[in-house]
Design a protein. Structure first.
Length: 308
C-alpha cells in the first residue's frame, strides 16, 4: 500500500507547479484544448445519448450494474463475484450491452466519415496504432471520466492498489481498429497508464488475441518472461479485460474481419510522483520480486553458514 507522507505531498505539489509553469507544456495543453473545442463545436453526433453516462441496461449488462448498485459494505464482494482472473493480474468480466457496442461503433464511423469529408486533422490514439480515434477528442471525455470515477476506480482499488489503483485521476479514452486496410497486429509494449480497461466492441473477426508477458518496471522492461507469465486472451464482444499498464502485452494478427476495441488508459498523477522516489524493489514487477527473493535466499544462506 502506498504511504503518502507529508514530504511526498509537498514534492507532488512542487512538481504540479513546475509542470504548469513550463511554458512548452502549457502551450501544448492549450493547443490540444482548442483542437477539441473546434471539433466539438462543428461535429454533429449521431447518438447524443451515449455522450452522457447512463448507468442502466442501455449501456451495461445487468450483472455489471448490480455489482455497483449500492455502495454498501458488500460492494467489493459483489465486484469480486463478477470477475474472472484467468491469469495473475488479468481480470475479465461481462460489461457492455451489444446495443451500446453497436451505437459506439456507428458513432466512431460517423466521426471518421466527418473527418474524411471536412479534411479535419485526426489525432491517432497513440504512437503504435495508426488507425482508430481518440474518443475524448470528440466529446466523450465527460462520459469516460464518469466511467472511470463510478466504476473502474472501484475495481482498481480492489485489484490494483499497488499501482495507485485507488487514486486514479485522469484517463485517455480511444478506440483501436484492426482488419483490412487497418492495423493488423500490435507488438509487445506497456501502456502509458497505471490501469488499462480494454473492451471488445466487435464486429466479426478471428485472431486478434491479446498476449501477456509479465509485469515489469522500467529497469526490467526487456527481461525474459517466465513460462507462468505467458498468457493469451481471446476477445469476446462486450467483455472487458483489465490489467496493469506495466503488464507487457500485445495483440496478435486479426486474420479475418474487423476488430474494434475501446481502451481506457487510467492514470494516477500521485502514483507517478511517488514512483520517482521509489528506491527499493517494486512490489508489482515480476523481476524485482524475483531479485528480492534471490537476495533474501543469499542472506539466509550466509547466516546459516555463519551459524554452522
Ligand atoms: O488491440 C488490443 O486489444 C490492445 C490494444 C492495446 O494494447 C493498446 O492500445 O494499448
Ligand atoms: Fe496496450
Amino acid at each position: 500500500m502506498l504511504n503518502v507522507s507529508r514530504e511526498s505531498k509537498h514534492r507532488y505539489m512542487r512538481e504540479i507547479l513546475r509542470r504548469y509553469s513550463d511554458e512548452g507544456e502549457r502551450n501544448r495543453i492549450k493547443k490540444h484544448n482548442e483542437y477539441r473545442q473546434r471539433i466539438i463545436s462543428n461535429y454533429q453526433p449521431l447518438y447524443r445519448d451515449i455522450y452522457q453516462m447512463n448507468a442502466t441496461t442501455a449501456f451495461f449488462v445487468p450483472s455489471f450494474i448490480q455489482a455497483f448498485a449500492t455502495s454498501d459494505s458488500n460492494r467489493d464482494e459483489r465486484i469480486r463475484n463478477i470477475m474472472s482472473e484467468p491469469a495473475p493480474g488479468v481480470y475479465t468480466f461481462n460489461m457492455l450491452q451489444p446495443g451500446f457496442c453497436e451505437m459506439l461503433l456507428a458513432e466512431v464511423a460517423n466521426f471518421e466519415k466527418w473527418i474524411h469529408e471536412t479534411r479535419f486533422r485526426i489525432m491517432r490514439p497513440n504512437t503504435m496504432n495508426k488507425f482508430g480515434a481518440v474518443l475524448d477528442d470528440f466529446g466523450m471525455e465527460p462520459m469516460l471520466e464518469k466511467l472511470m470515477e463510478d466504476f473502474i476506480r472501484h475495481i482498481s482499488r480492489i485489484f490494483f492498489a499497488d499501482v495507485g489503483g485507488f487514486v486514479l485521476d485522469s484517463h485517455h479514452g480511444f478506440v483501436v481498429e484492426y482488419g483490412y486496410n487497418r492495423d493488423i497486429e500490435l507488438g509487445l509494449h506497456v501502456d502509458d497508464s497505471e490501469v488499462t480497461l480494454n473492451v471488445c466492441l466487435g464486429k466479426h473477426f478471428s485472431g486478434g488475441e491479446l498476449f501477456f508477458k509479465g509485469v515489469r518496471c522500467d529497469k526490467h522492461m526487456n527481461t525474459e518472461a517466465l513460462p507462468e507469465e505467458i498468457f493469451d486472451y481471446s476477445h469476446v464482444r462486450g467483455h472487458a479485460i483489465m490489467h496493469r499498464g506495466r503488464h507487457r502485452h500485445g495483440a496478435r494478427a486479426t486474420t479475418t474481419g474487423d476488430r474494434i476495441n475501446l481502451l481506457l488508459w487510467c492514470r494516477s498523477s500521485v502514483f507517478r510522483e511517488l514512483r520517482k522516489h521509489q528506491k527499493e524493489f517494486e512490489s508489482w514487477c515480476g523481476e524485482c520480486q524475483r531479485e528480492k527473493r534471490e537476495r533474501l535466499n543469499q542472506v539466509v544462506a550466509a547466516k546459516k553458514g555463519e551459524f554452522f
